[in-house]
Design a protein around this ligand. Structure first.
Ligand code: ZN
Ligand code: ZN
Ligand code: ZN
Length: 372
């Protein structure tokens, strides 16, 4: 899917953005950033794995520093990076130093462990180390048409499991959150996900905790159950939230849900190319504030998604960045009434030339899945 030209293009864009940021060097630790630039995410241990490079446009390939014992699984792309495998008797920092400016700015990825960053700082006391996060995150945030399609495909898979829950195919009342979590995991794989990344099942008052960890609590009749889960296919993630009620929906819950749905829809409509990302958050937030739920909406409206479940761009009220064609992010306002119930409605949205498109299409009602 990604070929040599794609990697060369990514490096060219990265170098020009880094130069624009006044940087002369790059140090990229393991994880999705490294995978984006080399095809190999690697893993961080006490042994250093990192790619270092100068930012000047005519610089040759980057240098991939990795322990000899890890190097075997990595396919070299000579145009993009050359290998510097090291043995336990070597000093890997000494391999990195000649590639980096002794004075000047070095942008460092979030995936470089502090022990290695501190060693680099000791070896290059005249250099200034700054975060690469925004620069590279901004690049990774722009998905190609094929990547947006990958997000739609995996979004269609997670829809199927939410449909099963809403149709009553997943028994809830009388089972613990953990049992239901297990059931959902199996279903995520059965519909075609290659991995399960996370499954939140939050019942009754537990639903008021946005990132509740499922436990032994047994699901009762006449209460809220919040489902937020996702997995990956071909490296791209799904992430979607729906809620169900195990009985007839009380008026206060139904009213709150109607406001939540309206807020989510308004945020979706605000997600137009050229608009501020912050305005997507404000659309949801001001709508919930006007309906009286402002203090109970306690998190940002969304996050970017791609090869990581949470990545740039972040949909926060103070994000002044413009929405661009290629962005992919969640729109997930919530209302959390502590001690009683919580609710969230989440879809992934990709920005196409014509505007926002949802990757999730399961019904957005609050379903009564109870026996009465
Ligand atoms: Zn979350
Ligand atoms: Zn989610
Ligand atoms: Zn999310």
């Amino acid at each position: 899917m990604t070929d040599v030209d794609d990697y060369l293009e990514r490096w060219a864009v990265l170098r020009s953005r880094a130069v624009a940021a006044g940087a002369q060097g790059l140090a990229i630790g393991t994880g999705k950033d490294l995978a984006y630039l080399t095809g190999h995410g690697g893993q961080s241990w006490e042994r250093l794995t990192a790619v270092v490079a100068a930012t000047a446009p005519d610089t040759g390939p980057a240098l991939f520093i990795t322990p000899k014992l890890e190097a075997e699984g990595i396919t070299a792309i000579p145009e993009v990076f050359t290998f510097a495998p090291w043995e336990d008797s070597d000093d890997p920092i000494a391999l990195a130093v000649p590639e980096l400016p002794a004075r000047g700015r070095i942008l460092v990825s979030d995936g470089l462990p502090s022990q290695h960053l501190l060693a680099l700082q000791r070896a290059l006391p005249g250099a200034e180390f700054l975060a690469l996060n925004e620069t590279l995150g901004g690049m990774r945030a722009l998905k190609t048409a094929a990547e947006r399609q990958a997000l739609r495909t995996v979004g269609g898979l997670v829809d199927l499991v939410h449909d099963q829950i809403r149709n009553g195919e997943v028994p809830l009342v009388g089972r613990s959150e953990l049992e239901v979590q297990d059931d959902v995991r199996r279903r995520l794989l059965a519909v075609g996900h290659e991995t399960v990344e996370f499954v939140i099942v939050a019942s009754g008052p537990n639903s008021a905790s946005p990132h509740h960890h499922p436990g032994d609590r047994v699901i009762q009749a006449h209460e809220m159950v919040l489902f937020d889960f996702g997995g990956s296919l071909n490296g791209f993630n799904s992430d979607m939230t729906r809620c169900v009620f195990t009985g007839p929906i009380p008026d206060d819950v139904g009213d709150a849900w109607a406001s939540l749905r309206e807020a989510q829809e308004l945020a979706f409509r605000a997600a137009q190319p050229g608009a501020r990302l912050g305005d997507v958050d404000l659309a949801a937030r001001s709508s919930l504030e006007a309906a009286g739920y402002g203090p109970e909406f306690i998190h940002r409206t969304g996050h970017g998604i791609g090869t990581e479940v949470h990545e740039h761009p972040y949909v926060t009220s103070n994000n002044d960045q413009s929405i661009e064609v290629g962005h992919a992010f969640s729109i997930e306002p919530g209302i959390y009434r502590v001690g009683k119930w919580g609710m969230r409605l989440e879809d992934i949205v990709v920005i196409d030339d014509d505007g926002p498109v949802r990757c999730n299409n399961t019904d957005r009602d609050l379903a009564n899945v109870g026996s009465d």
